[in-house]
Write a protein that binds this ligand. Structure first.
Ligand SMILES: Cc1ncc(COP(=O)(O)O)c(C=O)c1O
Length: 338
């Protein structure tokens, strides 16, 4: 099937700002944010902190930096964070938490990236002086990227929260796509916020902003993270231009995530995956040769990515319309021999 412009399902980070978003960015009121004088950034930080029921928030250029600052605020060098083995912090942040945070990590494995409380509690290590690394925090990812956009049920997060609280262990929530979980389940953002000491959230994924993430937590954690952000060279000046894009995304692009979820289910069906297994905007499929599948799809005008030798990922987003979805579904059906 000849297709002019490729349909890009590699990631929801590939979106380009809409005209409305560009206009909001162009007219943003700005100031020097290292001085705390950018009104657009300050307003966005206050807005997002309130959405999650926390005291404060800090704008960062990337989700990786928000995660680094968040974990670092909970785990001091020489302590550990526990997380699922395909968590973004473990797999895709290039060792930042060890390299810059002095943090060690142990992992549990769950095929759907879920909270496995029995496994976590079996791994937990209390402070044993000079003998063992102490568990200072547990990190969870909602939705879970490499587990196919899986949502973590609120009840599981609540159970984790009460178990960790009883031991004085902190919780970090990587909420790069928490908006997708919120729209898919109707769970209020504040209910998710209550399950973690510190969260990181992104505007640059499904929400469609070009740049921007945020760490959300207590006033003390955010004040410390502000210093660490500057130390790492990420204190930004008239960054309200970017915050305006993120604010526009919050105003206009949250509810529409339901369309992305529906599109993902259409693509799943075309790939022979039960659409009921697709919770949000990511479809993960197993192929004997992921690279060959990616190449065959590309030749037919559909871009998908290999996230492992036998694993292919498709992600729907703002830049993929219903028509694009239907065209991509036809190509995928052909590739699956349908
Ligand atoms: C779950 C998750 N956390 C964090 C990040 C990091 O975000 P960034 O690419 O902005 O560093 C990503 C990126 O895709 C992600 O999927």
């Amino acid at each position: 099937m000849p297709i002019d412009a490729p349909i890009d399902l590699r990631s929801d980070t590939l979106t380009k700002p809409t005209d409305g978003m560009r206009a909001a960015m162009a007219s943003a009121e700005v100031g020097d944010d290292v001085y705390g004088e950018d009104p657009t950034v300050s307003a966005l930080q206050e807005r997002v902190a309130a959405l999650f029921g926390h005291e404060a928030a800090l704008f960062t250029p990337t989700g990786s930096l928000a995660n680094l600052l968040a974990v670092r605020s909970l785990v001091v060098p020489g302590q550990e964070v526990l997380c699922e083995s395909s968590a973004h912090i473990a797999r895709a942040e290039l060792g930042a938490h060890g390299a810059y945070g002095g943090v060690t990590m142990r992992t549990w494995t769950h095929p759907r990236g879920q909270v496995d409380l029995p496994a976590i509690s079996a791994m937990y290590a209390p402070d044993m002086g000079p003998f063992f690394v102490r568990t200072a925090a547990v990190s969870v990812e909602n939705t879970h990227n490499f587990a196919g956009g899986a949502v973590l049920p609120l009840a599981d997060l609540e159970a984790l929260r009460s178990w960790t609280a009883s031991l004085g262990v902190a919780v970090h929530l990587d909420g790069a796509r928490i908006w997708n979980a919120h729209v898919a389940t109707g769970t209020p953002l504040a209910a998710y916020g209550a399950q973690a000491d510190v969260l990181s959230v992104c505007f640059s994924k499904g929400l469609g902003a070009p740049v921007g993430s945020m760490l959300v937590g207590s006033a003390a954690a955010v004040a410390e993270a502000r210093v660490a952000r500057k130390r790492l060279g990420a204190g930004m000046r008239q960054v309200g231009i970017l915050a305006a894009g993120a604010a526009y995304a919050l105003d206009h692009h949250v509810e529409r995530l339901a369309d992305d979820h529906e599109h993902a289910r259409i693509l799943a069906q075309a790939c022979g995956v039960d659409p009921r297994a697709v919770a949000t905007n990511i479809v993960v499929i197993e192929r004997p040769d992921a690279a060959a599948f990616v190449a065959a799809a590309r030749d037919r005008g559909v871009l998908v990515s290999a996230v492992g030798p036998r694993t292919v990922r498709l992600v729907t987003h703002l830049g993929v319309s219903r028509g694009d979805t239907q065209r991509a579904a036809e190509v995928l059906t052909q590739l699956f021999g349908g």
